[in-house]
Design a protein around this ligand. Structure first.
Ligand code: OKP
Ligand code: ZN
Length: 333
């Protein structure tokens, strides 16, 4: 299986995030990518397809914000990572404000998502990595995009949950632009992929199915509930399968079978898997009980769909096991 990765994805090296109201070291670090690289073997560089594919998902104003936010933060006399602290939750209207603090709050929904000097560079190459892995499906059945930082929490015009550009969504749109007509996205990160869900919520040609920790107890709380089923043309094209903390292989497989049944019924011509290894039993920020030996079993079930499959990396924070978990998952295809 071809694996795509660009070393410029290491440029994003934030040092802090807010967690439970306290400033803590950021969990989403370059070391994550290094751990995966050490375990999966040789990788290929992506081809640069420019900003056009990104702009099919993310508006120009948001892209420009991401590009300049850290410089604007420094120009305002700040040091370190840029973080938002004020959000337009009340009587939202489209104001165009210059002040960096106002723009950070406008384009974010949480305080876990710092902008450091290399954030744009990494997010940009992380999307190119996904796009090149998608192209590899012209000759191969499966391809892996070692995306980092992750993407599934960010929507069209907001960042959140360590995510800045949504690689799975950009890849889905690129596939449709290249002639695919029905794309299924299966999100099996521990956390609900609220950004991806939001981007395709009203779309009937992109099915979004997610297995994740119940948002009643876990981030991102406000999305990922079973009554979110899509709207308009997209009614019925969103399926959320939340699971309790402590879920292990048996329960996870039961949900996965439900997810795969729905994908088969949708008659997708492409599958994108948003894969998070934070379902791992010993993940430091998550609470499922999947073991390394379980990942090939999950992948094998997914492979049984017989669809061209792009696997995009999302979360996974147990640095000592992350590489083994990713390699184990890929070995099942
Ligand atoms: C991103 B992905 C822990 C804060 C947790 C953010 C979780 C984002 C997960 N210090 N809040 O889905 O793995
Ligand atoms: Zn996650």
């Amino acid at each position: 299986m071809q694996i795509f990765w660009d070393p410029r994805q290491l440029a994003h090296a934030p040092s802090i995030e807010m967690h439970n109201g306290r400033i803590e070291p950021c969990s989403e670090t370059p070391a994550r990518a290094q751990a995966i690289l050490d375990a999966v073997g040789p990788t290929e560089l992506p081809r640069d397809q420019g900003e056009d594919p990104i702009l099919r998902v993310h508006p120009r104003a948001y892209v420009d914000f991401l590009k300049s936010a850290h410089d604007d933060w420094c120009a305002a006399g700040r040091t370190g990572d840029a973080l938002p602290y004020a959000f337009p939750a009340v009587r939202r209207r489209s104001l165009s404000l210059d002040r960096i603090d106002a723009r950070l709050g406008r384009y974010a929904y949480d305080t876990c998502t710092p902008i450091a000097a290399g954030t744009w560079t990494s997010a940009y190459w992380n999307v190119q990595t996904a796009l090149s892995a998608l192209e590899a499906l012209e000759t191969d059945r499966t391809a892996f995009a070692l995306c980092r930082p992750p993407g599934h929490h960010c929507g069209a015009d907001y960042m959140g949950g360590y995510c800045y550009l949504n690689s799975a969504a950009v890849a889905a749109e690129a596939a449709i632009a290249a002639g695919r007509s029905r794309v299924a996205i299966l999100d099996i990160d521990y956390h609900h992929g609220n950004g991806t869900q939001d981007i395709f919520y009203a779309r009937g040609d992109v099915l979004f199915v997610s297995i994740h920790a119940d948002p009643a107890t876990d981030y991102p709380f406000y999305w990922g509930h079973p009554d979110e089923t899509g709207e308009g043309e997209g009614e019925g094209a969103t399926l959320n399968l939340p699971l309790l903390r402590g879920t292990g292989l048996t329960e996870f497989e039961r949900a996965l079978d439900q997810a795969l049944d729905r994908i088969a019924a949708f008659r997708a011509d492409l599958l994108i898997v948003s894969y998070g290894a934070d379902t791992y039993a010993h993940d430091p920020i998550s609470h499922f009980a999947i073991e390394t030996r379980d990942y090939p079993l999950l992948a094998r079930r997914i492979a049984c769909l017989g669809l061209p499959t792009l696997v995009v990396m999302e979360g996974g924070y147990a640095l000592d096991a992350l590489g083994h978990n990713v390699a184990a998952f890929l070995s099942g295809f």
